[in-house]
Design a protein around this ligand. Structure first.
Ligand code: SAM
Length: 286
């Protein structure tokens, strides 16, 4: 057991390609726990061999996760620490582990994240699309109608959209992105941290052409990032309306703070944004 005397479930991120991305803390903890719950024990076995470790493993995947909860909890109650890993990246992120973590947390067990590689974060960090707000949607539905329906629900979102995709479906997904979202800018991150890591930038239609010309671009694993929708016209109309309202109130001698509060109440939107606009109007009128 490590980390004091409390037996813990360590949720350990593992590399998404480059083995050097395993943290030294992760390597140490994998060697210290009594058992490792792994999505695929053969896959994790290779990582352990690379680290020179020999630690008992249990499989934990979507079909046995609920049944594993009691078994792993019994280990914790007996004072033994457990590590949870998936094949690549951070467990629970489009990977098994949610049921285990939810149940153990509900029982008051100690659960410790051991952060490291995660494909969506790695992709966003180098794509050059806005990252102040983004929506991660995991994998889109496998069937065309479901996929297009999901994209239609997301079409008006103004933040960056992030999806995981497999090589089997990448072209179908790009085709649906072109149909539903049109000329929107995309960045496709492929084979992150691996030898053939590639970032492609363009509209969905342009990226499909790149894949047609160079079939290697269809190989491997993908993170698809899509620029958010441009701000809606109603928002612009609301700004025009709000500014007219605020200008009239300012002319009446109402204070900037009150004017911003009225605009926010009548037209929605953050008070501090309206405050900045009201202040600008006041400055202009001086
Ligand atoms: N838990 C993982 C994580 O933290 O990113 C994700 C697991 S999910 C089952 C696998 C998907 O993640 C792939 O289909 C791909 O979309 C994305 N992915 C994983 N490794 C990647 C890599 N090296 N390059 C690009 N995408 C990757």
């Amino acid at each position: 057991m490590s980390n004091g005397n409390v037996a813990s479930l360590y949720v350990v991120a593992t590399p998404i390609g480059n083995l050097e991305d395993l943290s030294s803390r992760a390597a140490r903890l994998l060697g210290e726990v009594a058992v490792i719950a792994a999505e695929d024990t053969r896959h994790t076995g290779r990582l352990l061999r690379h680290l020179g470790l020999s630690v008992p493993m249990l499989s934990l995947h979507e079909h046995n996760e609920a049944a594993r909860v009691e078994q792993l909890d019994a280990r914790l109650v007996a004072g033994e620490s457990v590590a949870l890993v998936s094949d690549a990246g951070t467990p629970l992120i489009s990977d098994p582990g949610f049921v285990l973590v939810r149940e153990l947390r509900a029982r008051g067990r100690r659960i410790v994240p051991v952060p490291g590689a995660c494909a969506l974060v790695a992709a966003l960090s180098a794509a050059g699309l806005p990252t102040d707000r983004f929506t991660f949607q995991g994998f889109l539905p496998a069937k065309g109608a479901g996929r297009r329906g999901r994209l239609e629900l997301l079409a008006a979102r103004e933040e960056t959209l992030v999806f995981y995709e497999s090589p089997h479906r990448i072209r179908d997904t790009l085709t649906d992105l072109a149909t539903v979202l049109g000329e929107r800018r995309l960045v496709l991150a492929r084979e992150l941290t691996k030898t053939f890591e590639t970032f492609l930038d363009g509209s969905a239609a342009e990226l499909l052409i790149r894949m047609e010309v160079d079939p290697d671009q269809v190989r491997g694993e993908f993170v698809v990032m899509v620029a958010g929708a441009p701000p809606r016209e109603e928002d612009e109309a609301a700004v025009v309306e709000g500014e007219a309202l605020m200008a009239a109130l300012l002319a009446e001698g109402v204070g900037v703070k009150q004017v911003a509060a009225v605009a926010s109440r009548v037209l929605g939107g953050a008070k501090k944004v309206w405050y900045a606009r009201a202040q600008a109007l006041k400055d202009m009128s001086v």
